[in-house]
Design a protein around this ligand. Structure first.
Ligand code: ADP
Length: 487
């Protein structure tokens, strides 16, 4: 049962499922309000009103008007949509553009992204300072660089930090995206020149949106305990390890969860045949449907691996292509869904052409297909070079689709490798590999093929994986503890 709200949190983010999604960030921002509500937290989401959001939005009410928000008029609209309380920034000069929130049709970043996301941060700061009147946050919780200036704007507002000024939290979903812009934009962003220092918003001569968030926020979190440690080292700190280590409190790592209603193999309407641990045999029908969909040989005994990912260097997809001859030669199949880097897209389509009946590729973004793949595959591959948390391995666990993951970040924290001891102890839920290179991935695929030929062990791992808690409950408690600790 939900408690009466005693804590107001404004989540500030550039995307939020189901209004708009390009990756895991949207899933997290969309799921947290529901996860925190039972603990008495009224979390509302502030985000831009892109055209795609307009299509999904329900009843609306204007709560504030700006005469000039970075070059044009803007309206802040409160909306209850898909179970979310959202505040949407209607600023046509910044957000009324087709397609992706970050890039135009040519695949290039919008040239005014610094202004677009400074506007998001500015409105967040104004909320913190009382813009909405009847609803004032106790915590302003920024997600990623796009919301990185919120704490800075609040600090610079001139108001002293009275007891009523909210505390600020920033969550790093991926340190690789930092929002770096030339120093000449300082005045346009409304940032005083004296903030442009190494202990302020300056990052090696540029304005750093994420860095500003790390400097000015009261707390910094990231999305897994292992990633929280990794980013404090030069190897994965992306130049910000010094800033993170200089903070008085270490970065808190709180694992992401998945929405157990959206991802539920027993009630998933997108899939061919619902199944559960007790009716695991029915997963086979989903496998057949997936093989048919991708034009793969209809072979129930082939180990069918899937891959659902942004196609970027981070995700280590190239390593999979290196291992394909060995994997296919030993009876494996691969179904791949993704988009991104053109060279990786070409490798993926070439693989499908080169291994007809064994490899199938769909280039694009398709939420429904991703459900069908998680339901139909035996295994999901996530060979990321780094991975702050990762969601597809959590979905894989829930669907009994064993994750084969690189031992990094949240992947290391959520999958138990099927080494001999773990198999004997009946603890394994998937496969991990390190070092993260093609040779070790190849060996690990062989280990998986070997265990797949031992159906009793494989089935045991599936059932254990499906029983693992991959929801939000535990993490919601940690966020609540963090918020309450700050207040
Ligand atoms: P990231 O946020 O780095 O992209 P995550 O694993 O945290 O990686 O989250 C990715 C999310 O996006 C998952 O929900 C995954 O299912 C989804 N996803 C990624 N690529 C696609 C795609 N091409 N089609 C459908 N869903 C995708």
């Amino acid at each position: 049962m939900s408690e009466t709200p005693h804590l107001n949190v404004l989540a500030v983010a550039p995307e939020c499922f189901p209004l708009i999604k390009t990756g895991g960030l949207a899933d997290v921002v969309g799921a947290l309000p529901g996860a925190l509500a039972p603990a008495g937290c009224d979390m509302r989401v502030l985000m831009p009103l892109y055209p795609a959001v307009t299509e999904n939005v329900g009843k609306c009410k204007a709560v504030h008007a700006y005469d000039d928000l970075f070059g044009g008029q803007a309206l802040i609209i409160a909306s209850e949509t898909a179970g979310l309380n959202a505040y949407l920034i209607e600023a046509p000069h910044l957000f009324d553009r087709p397609g992706n929130p970050y890039v135009g049709a040519d695949g290039k970043e919008w040239p005014d992204n610094h202004l677009r996301f400074a506007a998001l941060s500015r409105v967040a700061a104004d909320f913190g300072l009382g813009l909405a009147g009847d609803w004032r946050p106790d915590i302003v919780h920024a997600h990623d660089w796009q919301a990185g200036l919120a704490a800075a704007y609040m600090r610079m507002s001139g108001e002293t930090r009275s007891r009523k000024t909210p505390k600020t939290v920033i969550t790093i979903h991926n340190l690789a995206f930092q929002g770096l812009y030339p120093a000449r934009h300082l005045a346009a962003l409304g940032l005083p020149a004296d903030t442009f220092t190494s202990d302020g918003i300056e990052y090696f001569g540029q304005i750093g949106f994420l860095k500003a968030g790390l400097i000015y926020s009261d707390a910094v979190t990231t999305v897994s305990p292992t990633y929280a440690n990794e980013i404090r080292t030069p190897a994965l700190g992306m130049g910000l390890d010094g800033v993170l280590n200089a903070r008085p409190e270490p970065v808190t790592g709180i694992l992401n969860g998945i929405d157990l209603d959206v991802w539920n193999p027993a009630e998933d309407e997108a899939i061919e045949e619902p199944y559960s641990t007790r009716r695991l045999k029915k997963k086979a029908k989903n496998k057949l449907a997936l093989q048919q969909h991708f034009g793969l040989d209809e072979d129930p005994d082939a180990l069918l691996a899937c891959l659902i990912s942004r196609l970027t260097d981070q995700k280590g997809i190239d390593l999979v292509f290196e291992c394909l001859p060995g994997f296919i030669g030993k009876g494996g199949q691969l179904a791949l869904l993704g988009s991104g880097d053109r060279a990786l897209e070409k490798l993926a389509t070439d693989a499908a052409a080169g291994y007809a009946g064994k490899v199938g590729t769909f280039i694009g973004y398709d939420e429904t297909l991703s459900h069908r793949m998680q339901a139909g595959a035996d295994m999901i591959l996530i060979p990321s070079r780094f991975e702050p948390c990762g969601l597809t391995q959590l979905i894989g666990l829930r669907y009994g689709t064993l994750p084969l993951v690189a031992r990094t970040g949240g992947l290391a924290d959520t999958v138990i490798d099927a080494n001999a001891a773990a198999v004997q102890a009946r603890a394994a839920t998937g496969f991990q590999f390190a070092p993260i290179d093609a040779e070790t991935l190849g060996f690990t695929l062989e280990r998986a093929l070997d265990l797949y030929r031992q159906p009793e062990i494989w089935k045991g791992m599936q059932k254990r994986a499906m029983a693992q808690d991959v929801g939000w409950e535990a993490s919601a408690r940690q966020y609540m503890a963090l918020y309450e600790g700050l207040l």
